[in-house]
Design a protein around this ligand. Structure first.
Ligand code: TRP
Ligand code: SF4
Length: 427
């Protein structure tokens, strides 16, 4: 007998390329160390990460860390956006600083949205829902176009990015408008902003994203590395391990200060350290870099979640209204979409009771797993009954539709309360 696997719907077989070819690490390896893992973690919806250890160790030792993401205010916020919002909120609840960007510059440059539309969509679709889902005051919610920090940093990052690199990631060509290119750097600036002095300086920051967003994360990690004043690396020469600190364009005094503090040997453009640990050297370098006006960015971390499939199978996409449920869909409408969703049920009831259903291929089950059932045991029960053939799709859909109706109703009430409280977020 095959073992029951209630998380089967989020199998990551198709993602193994990401691990092998792109160097994304498996989230499972960290799962045991996380205190109150989010539903998406427990159920392997979040399956991969880059340097999330840095965030986790800050979280466990009470040191500063942050989570950030951005939303383009060009369409309706749906269950896919809710996933990212929940991930930010969870990190805020674990003691992190939360950042939420409304990517109005991107929506204006790439989608041609007017500034007025950006403002309205930003507030009405994304911000109100994020607050209704539990984002608390203290979170930094901002519009890109209103952030001097972000715009200045984007310009600075532009000194380290060229057209070939950006076009390889974003598909830019000779027809691409310049503001579109700027908005790519603005996104990187969003990601690095939490580490600016104004927000307490360098710290681990996690960007929860969908698996397809990794190129943007890699770009930003690369830019962080390039704008930093120093590069700290483990090296080896003639069988002897040491740490090399290279300062590309660093002031001479800064480099010699590092040599003094680490007891290392000073060369023209680098210092070799033989006695101290990597962490010690890194922290001395960071302090010195900040003192001399550098950024000393820590490469941003990321987590990768699986996508939900569309309610009709296929992709969940903003351009196909029947494929998604928006957070502002009327509760009745949301329930109807669930009733019309594609299931993993068999053609006849007889077959269903003989063979059981296929929850791994069922978009209704996916709704339960991703959004509607918090209790793992309850979900396990649904799974068992489905594969055991005792659960009938008609009733199961009614159950999910009812949960969806309740969720949307409650969520929308909270959105109205959030509207009253926008001032607490400086909005
Ligand atoms: N580019 C993202 C989108 O397509 C929005 C975005 C802007 C973003 N800044 C960000 C996402 C920072 C993650 C982190 O919607
Ligand atoms: Fe999906 Fe429920 Fe039908 Fe199973 S019984 S296939 S979970 S709708």
């Amino acid at each position: 007998m095959t073992t029951l696997d209630p998380w089967g719907a989020v199998k990551i077989d198709n993602y193994s390329k990401l691990f092998d070819e792109f160097g994304i690490s498996r989230f499972d390896e960290l799962l045991g160390k996380i205190k109150n893992p989010h539903r998406y973690m427990r159920r392997h919806v979040i399956f991969g990460h880059r340097s999330y250890e840095s965030v986790l160790s800050a979280m466990l030792s009470g040191k500063p860390f942050a989570a950030m993401s951005g939303f383009m205010p060009s369409g309706r916020a749906h269950l896919g956006h809710k996933m990212v919002m929940e991930e930010i909120i969870w990190h805020q609840q674990q003691g992190g600083d939360a950042f939420l960007a409304i990517a109005d510059m991107e929506a204006h440059a790439v989608r041609g949205k007017s500034w007025k539309e950006c403002r309205e969509f930003g507030i009405n679709e994304y911000i109100l829902s994020a607050i209704a889902l539990g984002l608390k005051p203290g979170a930094h919610i901002y519009f890109q176009s209103k952030s001097g920090n972000v715009k200045d940093l984007a310009f600075e990052l532009g000194t380290k990015a060229n057209f070939s690199e950006l076009s390889a990631i974003y598909g830019f060509n000779g027809e691409t408008n310049i503001a579109h290119m700027v908005s790519a750097l603005t996104q990187s600036a969003d990601i690095l902003q939490p580490q600016l002095e104004e927000f307490g300086g360098p710290k681990p920051v996690v960007i929860p994203v969908g698996a397809d967003q990794d190129p943007h994360i890699r770009l930003t990690r690369g830019l962080a590395y390039k704008v930093n004043m120093f590069i700290v690396e483990k090296r080896e020469s003639a069988g002897k391990a040491f740490i090399s600190v290279r300062g590309k364009a660093a002031p001479k005094e800064a480099l010699s200060e590092i040599a003094k503090r680490t007891g290392g040997k000073l060369y023209e453009e680098h210092v070799d350290v033989f006695k101290q640990s990597f962490d010690e050297v890194e922290s001395i370098v960071r302090e010195t870099e900040l003192k001399y006006g550098g950024y000393a960015f820590i490469p941003p971390a990321s987590t990768y979640h699986k996508f939900m499939t569309g309610l009709q199978g296929g992709k969940m996409s903003s351009s196909i209204p029947e494929s998604y449920i928006a957070l502002t869909d009327k509760p009745e409408e949301g329930a109807k979409k669930v009733m019309r969703a594609k299931t993993g049920g068999r053609v006849t009831l007889e077959e269903q009771s003989k063979l059981g259903g296929e929850p791994d291929k069922c978009s209704v089950y996916e709704l339960l797993l991703f959004h509607l059932v918090e209790d793992d045991n309850k979900l396990m029960e649904v799974y068992k009954d489905c594969v055991g053939g005792t659960r009938v799709c008609g009733n199961c859909k009614k159950y999910a539709a009812e949960l969806m109706r309740e969720f949307l109703k409650e969520h929308q009430e909270k959105r109205e309360q959030a509207r009253e409280g926008l001032g607490e977020f400086g909005l």
